[in-house]
Ligand binder design. Structure first.
Ligand code: PLP
Length: 389
């Protein structure tokens, strides 16, 4: 154990069950430990380093901005913030963007938008947000309340009131919740990430969207994990043919720097006015300059490549006798090992130089979107080898 692990264990709050690896550097889809060990990175820091470690395009934009001004505050205008907002609106066809620093913060903004929209229009009692069971929306007290998993709810009561969760896939229950409560918005993940890499059915998402329209309730999609090319489209909702009123995103957007965005469509574009919301670091020019290079590269060609790598992984993992099932979309993939636990597979892969994630009982893969095919193949061979044994 080196001084890094010792000091971390002594001084960092004990909220993380870290793996015994000290990351010191990386390049592309490779990470290097303090012991010199090389790892293929199939986790991307939980879907954050969308174009890998030390990506030259991203580094150039970020360092150029660092050499101009690293922070100005939201009292003033800066170019990267304005350009990134324009780009997010161009990609989604939506109207306004609020910037924060994390997924949770983006979702907090979505909740504020929905509540203010409904209360301006229908009355003060319209504050309820409907979410799905088994969802994950963040760790702040409000986004924990939005998270439809009881394990997150027990230790920190009271949580923010005004949230109801309904079972995914059951339109009748969603309708009942929307009709029988004073609902402001519905918030869903098109592919549940932390919940076990579970894509929603198309009919269900379209049905929810319809219900929201009929009841003038904001249809909001949490794309913190699924966004920014992860599922083979710029945003996962684009796989479903729906037009959300609010999209939240973070993780991969920054390419490695903290950023969150709440993107607001036409219906609620004027809901937030001066003084209604704010964030000191929100729209930071360095983070935004990096994010611009991520969005600029979500081309049709890249999406095609993501889908080809996805098909390769589905085929390869799906035909392994040690794997029970494969789920997900694009390069957001989960698989359930037959005999080992997900944790055991992750540890065995780590031993052999491949870093994977878990999501409940699944092993979860979120490689860089531009991971070279040969590196992906090498990593997949290791996974298969581990799962077969
Ligand atoms: C990670 C995640 C969040 C929380 O993001 P933070 O940046 O950790 O606050 C919210 N929603 C989803 C779907 C996520 O995957």
């Amino acid at each position: 154990m080196s001084y890094i692990t010792e000091k971390d264990n002594e001084f960092v709050a004990g909220t993380y069950a870290r793996f015994p690896v000290e990351i010191v550097s990386g390049k592309g889809s490779y990470l290097y430990g303090s012991d010199g060990k090389e790892y293929i990175d199939l986790g991307s820091g939980i879907g954050v380093t969308a174009f890998g470690i030390a990506d030259p395009t991203w580094i150039k934009a970020v360092t150029e901005q660092l050499n101009k001004v690293q922070h100005a505050s939201n009292l003033y205008y800066t170019e990267p913030c304005a350009l990134l907002a324009e780009k997010l609106c161009a990609v989604t066809g939506m109207k306004k963007v609020f910037f924060g620093n994390s997924g949770a913060e983006a979702n907090e903004c979505a909740v504020k938008v929905a509540r203010k929209y409904a209360q301006d229009k229908k009355g003060m009692e319209y504050g309820t947000i409907v979410t799905l069971k088994n969802s994950f929306h963040g760790r702040t007290l409000t986004t924990l309340a939005a998270t439809g998993q009881d394990v997150f709810h027990t230790k920190f009561l009271p949580l923010t009131p005004g949230f109801i969760s309904v079972p995914a896939g059951d339109l009748a229950q969603a309708k009942e919740a929307i009709v029988n409560n004073k609902v402001a918005g519905v918030l869903i993940e098109c592919v549940q990430g932390e919940g076990g890499v579970i894509p929603q059915e198309k009919d269900y998402v379209c049905g929810l969207y319809q219900l929201c329209r009929e009841n003038d309730v904001l249809f909001m999609v949490d794309e913190v994990q699924t966004g920014n090319g992860r599922t083979g489209k710029p945003y996962a909702y684009m796989n479903y043919g729906v037009k959300p009123d609010v999209v939240t995103t973070a993780k991969g957007l920054g390419g490695g720097l903290p950023i969150g965005a709440c993107i607001i469509g036409e219906k609620a574009e004027s809901v937030l006015g001066k003084g209604d919301h704010g964030s000191t670091f929100g729209g930071n020019p360095v983070a935004c300059a990096g994010a611009l290079t991520v969005l600029d590269r979500l081309t049709d060609d890249l999406m095609k490549e993501v889908n080809e790598k996805s098909a390769y992984l589905f085929e390869k993992l799906g035909s392994c006798e040690g794997i029970e099932s494969v789920t997900g979309k694009g390069l957001m993939i989960g698989f359930k090992p037959k005999t080992k636990s997900a944790k055991e597979v992750v540890l065995a892969c780590m031993e052999k130089g491949v870093l994977c994630l878990t999501a409940k009982d699944k092993v979860r893969l979120l490689p860089a979107l531009n991971i070279p095919f040969d590196v992906l193949k090498k990593a997949a061979d290791v996974i298969l080898d581990v799962c077969r044994k």
